[in-house]
Design a protein around this ligand. Structure first.
Ligand code: ATP
Ligand code: MG
Length: 340
């Protein structure tokens, strides 16, 4: 069911990356994007590989000429950076795209100021064909390392998955851990690259998709891509992931993250891995665990997560997607009532 989504034709690949089909073809010819050719002579792209390669390519290529500036982080105010960018990019930005960009740019610059321990942030933006590309790069310690350290995780790859769960701040006194979660979902396509890893998030087709790959930059580099004539607005993004209660209280705990396990750097074998993986999931009402790309999980992992953890957190609904036969078997066994 998920498998037929994984292989994309050239038009779908172009749509996913927000570029033209002919540019996809050029990049495939140059070997930047890997494709296979069907018996009928059509190119097919593996979605996950495609996102990784595209992210790597974009990080290796400086933003096209446009606006760019560098700011000293000491005493910097994120709204000052956004204000300057908006005024100097020199393009008319419709109201909903304006709201998204203002949010995304100020949140990402604020992260550089508050979390990076760096000295400088470079911000650049270029618009072509009504698509804006923004790049925000700091020279600090890197987001995945900061999260790894803050949450006592084994490696930066595990930190990357923490981000897709949301609410994972390392500074709970002053922060909610929402900036990246919403930014990645507000723009069409985003990458966060730090500490040897890159996380790519795509909202094409209205769903979150995450992929990870390797990167080499120093500090944290965030790239954001948004069609200026997008239908999406910031309010709908917040509502989708955090419906406001009838009493008017925002309910971020209502978010329904979808977590792709292959992006997580574990073997999914042991109970200890399951405990580490589950940390923080109790904040949500529904979590979709996407097993696509994994052939098998361990019995200990499945039992710890789907029986033990679930028993201790009955209020959380764990949904399963993309499970192979082997994975499904393990999950069903763990969920089977005792004595069966
Ligand atoms: N540029 C960065 N450098 C270092 N660490 C970062 C950077 N950006 C994010 N982080 C890490 O990622 C975590 C999550 O960032 P996110 O923006 O989602 O939440 P937050 O900044 O903690 O809270 P909020 O954005 O709600 O104020 C941060 O707490 C921090 O540990
Ligand atoms: Mg933040």
């Amino acid at each position: 069911m998920i498998d037929d989504q994984k292989q994309l034709g050239i038009g779908q690949a172009a749509e996913l990356l927000g570029i033209s089909a002919s540019y996809v073809r050029t990049l495939a010819d140059r070997g930047v994007l890997t494709s296979a050719t069907t018996a009928g002579g059509h190119r097919r792209f593996d979605e996950r590989v495609l996102l990784n390669e595209w992210a790597a390519f974009r990080h290796a290529t400086p933003a096209r000429p446009g606006w760019s500036d560098a700011f000293d982080l000491a005493g910097l105010d994120e709204s000052f950076v956004w204000g300057r960018m908006r005024d100097e990019v020199g393009v008319d930005i419709p109201q909903n795209a304006h709201g998204i960009l203002a949010y995304a740019v100020t949140e990402m610059v604020n992260n550089a100021i508050d979390h990076s321990s760096g000295t400088l942030v470079e911000v650049s933006a270029a618009v072509s064909d009504r698509i804006i590309d923004v790049r925000i790069a700091d020279d600090g310690v890197g987001a995945f390392e900061t999260i790894r350290k803050g949450h006592g995780l084994p490696d930066a790859g595990a930190a990357l998955v923490e981000l897709t769960k949301g609410k994972r701040t390392t500074a709970p006194d002053r922060h909610a851990g929402e900036g990246l979660f919403f930014t990645l979902r507000a723009v069409d396509y985003a990458t966060v690259s730090a500490n040897g890893y890159v996380l790519a998030a795509s909202q094409a087709e209205g769903t979150d998709r995450f992929a990870s790959g390797s990167s080499r930059n120093a500090g944290t580099v965030v790239t954001l891509r948004l069609h200026l004539d997008t239908d999406r607005g910031l309010t709908s993004v917040f509502e989708q992931f955090a419906p406001v209660d009838e009493d008017g209280l925002g309910g971020f705990t209502r978010t329904e993250p979808r977590i792709s396990l292959v992006t997580y750097s574990g073997d999914f074998i042991s109970r200890s891995e399951a405990k580490r993986f589950a940390a923080g999931l109790e904040k949500f009402e529904t979590v979709t665990l996407d097993f696509e790309g994994l052939d098998l999980i361990g019995q200990g992992f499945a039992d710890e997560l789907f029986r033990v953890w679930q028993r201790d957190h009955p209020e959380v609904e764990l949904k399963v997607a993309g499970a192979s036969r082997g994975v499904r078997l393990m999950i069903d066994r763990a969920r089977r009532p005792a004595g069966d």
